[in-house]
Design a protein around this ligand. Structure first.
Ligand SMILES: [Zn+2]
Length: 220
């Protein structure tokens, strides 16, 4: 039996159910709907809900707690783990996927380190793709945006959220191609998507990867 994590009642007439990226089940129901009807509805949708709950668990990611020691998250798509140290600098050990982080101001230090690396990696990726796509851009910046992975202004200034650094390189490449396609098309028209597809035929797989991991926009 499926037990909802949350029931939101409102003036609506029908029942609906959603599963978020953590696998939480939310039911939206009419104000006077009795529980029997809600549970019958959930029973009916059981297969769909379980499918989405498993998918949510597949991401296997948690939000950071106060104490960062032992916390794991993704870096370029690979799971890496934080060890707090008494050292002065942030160090990354690629062989073991461990990040050694100064205990003092740990979170600020880590975010700064992530932003520096994000800017370096995203700039190189954007320059490379711009040459291939025969286009140019004015600048690459890194933001702390949570609502979008990237953006491109009307005068071709490109921004990526530093949190894109959690994604695998092929997924970052999709966002890069997407923003560079905006230097040619300032919309999401068919012509825009054709341009993306021309340089990244399987872009939909990458876009889906990001859609299924919106939790990444909430880490740090
Ligand atoms: Zn876009």
């Amino acid at each position: 039996m499926i037990t909802p994590d949350q029931i939101i009642r409102s003036d609506r007439k029908t029942l609906s159910v959603t599963v978020d990226c953590f696998g939480n089940v939310t039911v939206r129901a009419p104000k006077k709907c009795d529980e029997g009807r809600i549970f019958a509805f959930l029973k009916d949708k059981e297969a769909w809900i379980l499918h989405h709950k498993t998918k949510a668990e597949k991401t296997d990611l948690e939000l950071p707690q106060e104490d960062l020691n032992g916390y794991s998250f993704l870096l370029l798509g690979e799971k890496c783990t934080i060890t707090l140290t008494q050292e002065k600098f942030v160090q990354f050990e690629p062989q073991t996927h461990r990040i050694f982080l100064p205990e003092k101001n740990a979170k600020q230090r880590l975010v700064k380190w992530l932003k520096e690396n994000a800017l370096r990696i995203f700039t190189v990726a954007t320059e490379k793709r711009a040459r291939e796509m025969g286009t140019s851009f004015v600048s690459v910046r890194v933001s702390s945006a949570r609502g979008r992975w990237g953006s491109c202004t009307h005068d071709n200034r490109i921004r990526y959220t530093f949190r894109l650094i959690y994604a695998p390189k092929e997924v970052i490449d999709y966002v890069v191609v997407h923003e560079l396609a905006h230097t040619k098309y300032k919309n999401h028209s068919q012509a825009f998507w054709r341009e993306v597809e021309r340089y990244l035929p399987d872009y939909k797989v990458k876009r889906k990867w990001l859609k299924e991991r919106s939790i990444l926009t909430r880490i740090f």
